[in-house]
Design a protein around this ligand. Sequence first.
Ligand SMILES: *Cc1c(COP(=O)(O)O)cnc(C)c1O
Length: 379
Amino acid sequence: MSDVTFQSHTPGYWPADAMEHWNDHTWQLKNRITSLAAIEKHLVLTEEERAGILLSGKKLAMAITPHFFNLIDRNDPHCPIRRQMIPRIEETLTDPAEMSDPCGEDSHMPVPGLVHRYPDRVLFLVTDRCAAYCRYCTRSRVVSGVSDQKLETQWEAAFEYLENTPQVRDVLISGGDALLFSDARLEKILSRLHAIPHIQFIRIGSRIPLFLPQRITDDLCAMLKKYHPLFISIHANHPRELTNEVRDALGRLADAGIPMGNQSVLLNGVNDSIDVQKELVHKLLMCRVRPYYLYQCDLIQGSAHLRTSIDKGISIIEGLRGHTSGYAIPQYVIDGPGGGGKIPINPDYVVRHDNGGIVLRNYEGKQFEYPAPDPLKTP
Ligand SMILES: *Cc1c(COP(=O)(O)O)cnc(C)c1O
C-alpha cells in the first residue's frame, strides 16, 4: 500500500491490435462501452448491475472509455472503478432527502446555463456531455442527454450577462466536460471570456485527464496557455485512476503553466478510508495536482448506496492533517442541500476557549495553550 506506483493498464480488455489506435482520443470515444452486450463481453455482471444498466438509459446513460474501463479489476466484485462507472439497481431507489437538483442550481440561473450563486464568481455550464458518466453525478438531471430535462445554455445571453456584471471576476467552466469540445470551439469560449476586462481568471472543471488522457494533446495545451491565468480542477477519486498515461497528460498541462486542483467525492466502497485517501493525495502531488476539495456526496437521487457518514469524512481529514504534507490535504465540504454553496467541515481541534486564549489539541492528541495577547504589550 505504501509503495506508490504508476502503472499502465493497456491494452487490458482490448485486443493487442487496438493499440494502433489507442492514443487517438476520437477512437477512445467511438469505442466507449455503452451497452449491456458490450460490457458482458468483458465482465461477469451481478444481477444488481444488469438491472441497473437496463434502466440507466432513462436517467443517466452509461459510457466508459476503453482507457478507464481497463482500470476495472474483473476479479474484484468491489472494484472501486466498477462502483463509480457501472450502474446498479439501487440508482432507481430514491430516499426522501434526495433531490434531482441537490445544489439548487436551476433556481440560481440568471441566464439558462449560468449559475450565479456567489457574488464574485459563476459556474458556466457549456455542455451536457462527458467522456464517461459517474454514477453519482450531481447534474444527472441534464447530463448525458437521456433524461427529460435538457441543458439549454443561452450562449449570447450568458456572455452578455458576464460582460455586464462587473462583480464577476472568476468563471468556472463546467458541464458536462468542456474538454470534449474541439480546440477551436473551446478557444472561442475562452477568448470571449478572456476579453472581458473584469474577469481575472478562468477555470475549467474536467475529468477528461482521467477518463481520456489522450485528449490532452500538445495542441490543446498550446491553445490553453494563451488564456492564462487559467486553472483546471480535475476529478480523481481513487489512486488507481492515476496511471502512467494520466500522469503524462497532467504533466503536459502543468508544463503549460496551468495550476491544477483535484476535487474528489467521498464514496462508500470507493475511497472511504484513510489509506486510500492518503495514497490518492500523495499520487496527486506527484502529478503536480494540489488536492482542493473532498466533497460529501450530494443528495442526488439514487445515490444512497454510494454515500458515507460525515463522521467518516471528518476522521479521514483527521487521519491526514499532521500525518502528511499540508499540501496533500483537501478541504472537506458539503454543498449545502438546496443551494447553500460549499460549506467547510473540519475536525474540531479547539479543546476550549480560556480567558481570551485558546486550548488546542494537535494531531497526536497533545494539548497546547495559546494565551490571550497581553493588553499592556499590544499598542
Ligand atoms: C463550486 C461552485 C463555485 C466555485 O466555488 P469555489 O469554492 O470558489 O471553488 C462557483 N459557483 C458555483 C455555483 C459552484 O457550485
